[in-house]
Design a protein around this ligand. Sequence first.
Ligand code: XMP
Length: 511
Amino acid sequence: MIIVLDFGGQYNQLIARRVRECNVYCEVHPNTLSLEKIKAMKNLKGIIFTGGPNSVYTSDSATISTEVFKLGVPVLGICYGSQLMAHLLGGKVETAPVSEYGKTDVSIKAAGSKLFEGVSANTVCWMSHTDYISKAPEGFTITADTPVCPVAAMENEAEGLYAVQFHPEVLHTVEGTKMLSNFVYNVCQCAGDWRMDSFVETTIQQLKEKIGNGKALCALSGGVDSSVAAVLMSKAIGKQLTCVFVDHGLLRKDEGDQVEAVFGPDGPYDLNFIRVNVQERFYEKLKGVTEPEQKRKIIGEEFIRVFEEEAKKIGAVDFLVQGTIYPDVIESGLGKSAVIKSHHNVGGLPDYVDFKEIVEPLRLLFKDEVRKAGRELGIPDYLVNRQPFPGPGLGIRIIGEVTAEKVKIVQEADAIYREEVAAAGVDKNLGQYFAALTNMRSVGVMGDFRTYDYAIALRAVMTSDFMTAESAQLPWEVLHKVTNRIVNEVKGVNRVMYDCTSKPPATIEFE
Ligand code: XMP
């Protein structure tokens, strides 16, 4: 196993994911994890320090005991992690005269380095730093530099210590995967025999042990994440699991019935399934609310209240199962990274939750890893490949106040959009595409009459990890057809726009 120690960077789980892609098991832990706990870890082969927002030389910045370098386990420091290694071992870190951001040409100086075996002498890496290592600690060799960064990489092979200023985990670092695989195989001597199906097996086993004879309630939305979490749980504890599907009136067109058809009594799974129809209750709570974070929190809290009520009807329920995945966790700012949005199944949780424990078996996985696990579990492809749909649903695709009328508009527009994109066969490379209702009304003319109606925004993005995304270039004919159908078929809409923004600076959803 490799552990990643988190010093607060945005891409920490990406490092873990890249290591797992090398078929090596990897976990992320906070930098404050005690040395005793690290020493007690079975089969620990390597440690990776992540990036982070601080400067190593300020007194309150995230740090670690120098004992970590004496455990006899190789350490790789990335970005802030590399600076921390230099700082703690007697090198010098200071503000760089020139910051480096984005793709940067890096010269590899050490042909014999185990970390850079097979890596080109001149390679493009992703940099993001304002501090740099100006002097490597004693015993270290400088193994890479750039025109403005004297120590882009350094190592002390005898001690098993390696550091890179750039981010090998990001795909823009062209040979980053090679470097990480060199670290886990050449340096740490990992066997590379971990597979996703062992994640499934191991997790089922862990869930069995954790839940014992207890009862669990699964928050099932019918989306990929909660479906995989539900099937995983049902394999672990069978009918001790009850799945509650809340129809909050913010679902896509006909979605409630589709979810019931799959997970309900007539579907292929042996689950206790309860559908709770609480549309009006949600609309009432959302009346007059326009602020996005407040909407998210209201929807998240009401969800939990509905679950609690259902749980009480069932009797003592100890565990609440949620399909939270890693991007939900990181963007809700639960690590040390900044809050982008409170994802409803994480940051939106009320302070008081009437369950003994919340179980989130997919918390460390990215969407495509969840899909892979779903396939391992035998979940049909049409479910596993479903595009993601956020917990707060159309509530965050309607800018401003949510009303039943607006929900109907966005449902109809979205259904047309999805139908036409699928019919044209242009959905293959799309990570997510949907219609949203802007809060903008504008003047139009329909059949000699003036209209003053809403504008629909169409969004389509290409992404693999949902942390960054590019706007897709959909064929004009498709957009044109969708536009015509929406303005003709959806009452209350007289204008359609296409969102060309990438993430960052926008996000995928509108709120
Ligand atoms: P953003 O809008 O933050 O979305 O770029 C990234 C991905 O996360 C989904 N998303 C959510 N998923 N609960 C979820 O389960 C949420 O509150 C939530 N908000 C956004 C979004 O659809 C996209 O796939």
